[in-house]
Design a protein around this ligand. Structure first.
Ligand code: ATP
Length: 364
């Protein structure tokens, strides 16, 4: 039986233009190695900073329509030194996340074989987390305003907006994800000691939803204490759920503790599958290394693994992850961010060759 998927690729800006073609190459190698069982058709969208310079917008007004029928989206990064960050972010990535109600942002973190993380006391396997970030409201709801600009009485607000429906659905998603993992353990991150309205509701809803999951052990942690716990007691954490802002910060810490920003993947997921979900490395456009072949493509490859898992292709996902771990285990295939000198192309070739070899190994 053969499965065919239609994938949108959006390289965006900076090193996104290098790592997304690399991700596509890996998916093509996977399809070739599947002997016809897997087939991908790609459509590439050249949206981002260059598109903005030519058209005055980061993506076309009807861009979501072009993506709607796809099975998944592989996204690079949005960011441009000559365009304000709020335009690059809200005009492309957030437009897709919000337009397709991708309310669950999922970020797995592990220290991959061969990677030297900064936590010297952490044995491999002790750091194995998935952070679930509320991706549709909270601190980044876009609610607020600014008046009397430039005058001494100038005032500005950013209001964190939490809705019962929004919190219930992300809690339910996080408890379900925790249940699917061997340890069945969820930590709910909060700040209800200082923020006494929305975060108190957040806590109450966590307790309410926990009753639906009697088999999942859970605890609560203040966000500031959580940073210390991630460093001092990494093995005490497994699945973590946090608000949009809290998880944004915690997941950068997680990526750094796992060895490099260049490795970490993420998925912006619509759990109800009404729309395509979007997968991307968590790093940005990194203009400092753009065009030099130095970008680490592993974050994109791991994003491809998440994409395949989302499509239900568990075996294909396992094959790509195995190839990635085989490659990270070899220091001569580390890019500069990991202390090596390998190029994007060399790492990509090695992953593709390992995938091609899987089939030969199975046939032998
Ligand atoms: P943006 O402004 O688009 O969010 P950025 O340019 O600030 O992104 P980040 O992605 O946040 O860059 O990364 C910070 C630094 O980490 C980069 O400047 C780069 O040197 C390094 N880095 C990030 N991703 C990678 C990668 N995939 N491979 C190698 N180095 C990377």
């Amino acid at each position: 039986m053969s499965s065919s998927y239609s994938i949108a690729t959006i390289p965006g800006d900076g090193i996104g233009k290098e790592v997304i073609p690399a991700g596509r190459e890996v998916m093509e190698a996977l399809a070739a190695a599947s002997g016809g069982a897997l087939h991908f058709t790609f459509e590439d969208f050249g949206w981002g900073g260059d598109w903005y310079r030519a058209h005055g917008e980061m993506m076309p007004a009807d861009g979501l329509e072009a993506l709607r029928g796809k099975d998944a989206i592989l996204f690079g990064s949005a960011g441009d030194p000559h365009i304000p960050d709020h335009i690059t972010l809200w005009g492309l990535r957030l437009k897709i996340c919000q337009g397709f109600d991708q309310y669950a942002n999922v970020r797995p973190t592990r220290i991959l074989p061969g990677i030297d993380g900064p936590l010297k006391r952490c044995a491999p396997g002790q750091l194995d987390w998935v952070i679930v970030r509320e991706n549709s409201e909270g601190e980044y709801a876009g609610v607020g305003g600014r008046v009397h600009q430039g005058h001494p009485i100038e005032a500005a607000t950013d209001v964190s907006m939490m809705t019962r429906a929004g919190v219930e659905r992300i809690m339910r998603f996080a408890f379900n994800l925790a249940r699917s993992r061997p340890r069945k353990l969820l930590t709910v991150v909060t700040k209800s000691n200082a923020q006494r309205h929305a975060m108190v509701m957040w806590d109450e809803i966590a307790l309410q939803i926990s009753k639906e999951f009697p088999d999942v052990a859970w605890d609560k942690e203040l966000v500031d204490a959580c940073t210390a716990r991630m460093v001092n007691r990494p093995a005490s954490l497994d699945t973590i759920v946090a608000t949009n802002l809290h998880a944004d910060i915690l997941s950068d810490l997680a990526a750094a503790l796992a060895g490099s920003l260049g490795i970490a993947p993420t998925g912006n997921i619509d759990p109800e599958r009404r729309y395509p979900s979007m997968f991307e490395p968590i790093h940005g456009s990194a203009f400092d290394i753009m065009g030099k072949g130095l970008a680490n493509p592993v974050g994109t490859f791991w994003s491809v693994v998440m994409l395949l898992e989302h499509l239900g292709e568990a075996e294909a996902a396992r094959q790509v992850m195995e190839a990635v771990e085989h490659v990270t285990a070899n220091p001569s295939l580390h890019t500069r961010d990991l202390g090596g000198s390998a190029t994007t192309e060399q790492v990509t070739r090695a992953v593709c060759e390992h995938i091609a070899g899987t089939r030969q190994r199975l046939a032998a």
